[in-house]
Ligand binder design. Structure first.
Ligand code: MGP
Length: 355
């Protein structure tokens, strides 16, 4: 049994100290996000809203009586969990007739995304179309079982919740304070919020800041980098139209008129245009992979079912020995996505996990 370590909060502090400029600003927002989200049912996690609640501008400065603490309202999470409650940040749909047309197909799969949906799970628009279905998330989490995992694009928390069940600690990043608050709300509903460190940060800056912290103590710094065992990448694919494919890397060097769409047949026999890693956001999917590998060799990369397999194998072209394992994520007769396991996560390469 691996011992639980509780110093992830220290990681955020190390990063703040290491960078001190824009990164530390974003990390102070992190503190706001981790301390105060959902302190009322309508406020967002942003610092401004939180400060307004504590220092309203219409306060009479001559009135020296101690200010009353704002009363926490009971939301979907119920009593005792108010500080994690994000009720009111986005609609909680229960009646199909209230769901916008373009979200209907996702709403009909709500219990697949979160088996506890009806208890009060919250998703924003991007969450509806990109959350990993719970059973798929559980399967990936089993494969990624480790001490510390970094969920680089946590969204509304589907994967982070699953990782919290198989990993000692989860560091969950997102650039959206709203999505981060929704992820924490959902994690609280599953009772795993204490195992996840929610960090308002973009993965690229986070990884860069991490590199500035020495792995071992130096004469000038006692701060050492916390070991991250696995990085999980589930980045934006460019929205629901990803299935229409995109010009591959080779194709993008051609003029638009020359660019042709390569069609491929997936295991269901459906034909789709191939998705290129060039369409990954916020940077090219190949570059994103390299950033993750700067942290650890053990990377799990969640990609569209029509992803170009040649591009995936090219990710490790500079290593003649390493293999990537591509897992098809099926739900019933439907192929949903691919998870690509690298380093010690791939079958046959487990021995290299701790390298
Ligand atoms: P889908 O193909 O859009 O949904 O996404 P579905 O219900 O299979 O649609 P259908 O019309 O083919 O029936 C399938 C799965 O891919 C989703 O459940 C998400 O887990 C994942 N997914 C979809 N998008 C658009 C994204 C994305 O942008 N990023 C990530 N990381 N995952 C996504």
């Amino acid at each position: 049994m691996v011992k639980r370590k509780n110093n992830i909060g220290g990681l955020a502090r190390f990063l703040a100290e290491a960078t001190q400029t824009s990164q530390s600003e974003s990390l102070s927002q992190v503190d706001a996000a981790t301390e105060r989200p959902g302190s009322t049912t309508t406020l967002s996690v942003g610092t401004v809203a939180a400060e307004d609640a504590e220092h309203p501008s219409n306060v009479d400065s001559t009135d020296l009586r101690p200010m009353k603490k704002p009363k926490l309202q009971i939301g979907l999470l119920g009593e005792g969990l108010e500080k994690y409650d994000a009720t009111g940040l986005v609609p909680f749909y229960t009646d199909p007739s209230h769901v916008p047309e373009h979200l209907q197909k996702y709403f009909s799969q709500r219990e697949r995304y979160f088996s506890k949906y009806s208890s009060g799970c919250l998703l924003d628009e991007e969450g509806w179309y990109s959350v990993t279905p719970e059973r798929v998330a559980d399967q990936i989490a089993e494969r990624c079982r480790c001490d510390v995992i970094l969920d680089a694009f946590c969204g509304v928390g589907g994967n982070a919740i699953a990782f919290a069940r198989t990993c000692e600690r989860v560091i969950a990043l997102d650039v959206s304070p709203v999505r981060l608050a929704l992820a924490r709300h959902n994690a609280a509903l599953y009772g795993v919020q204490d195992r996840i460190e929610f960090v308002l940060a973009d993965f690229i800056s986070f990884a860069r800041a991490l590199q500035t912290i020495p792995r071992t103590e130096t004469s000038t710094s006692k701060a050492t980098r916390r070991k991250i065992d696995v990085v999980f990448l589930s980045p934006p694919w460019g929205g629901p139209s990803y299935i229409a494919g995109s010009p591959s890397k080779a194709q993008t060097s051609l003029s638009t008129s020359e660019a042709v769409t390569i069609a491929s047949e997936d295991a269901t026999g459906d034909t789709h245009a191939e998705f290129s890693l060039a369409s990954i956001q916020p940077i090219h999917g190949h570059d994103l992979f390299n950033v993750a590998r700067g942290i650890t060799k053990n990377v799990a990369y969640f990609l569209p079912r029509n992803a170009n397999l040649d591009e995936i194998s090219q990710l490790i072209a500079d290593d003649p020995v390493e293999k990537v394992e591509v897992e098809e994520e099926w739900m019933g007769s439907k192929l949903k996505a691919l998870t690509c396991y690298f380093g010690g996560l791939a079958s046959g390469q487990e021995a290299g996990f701790d390298e």
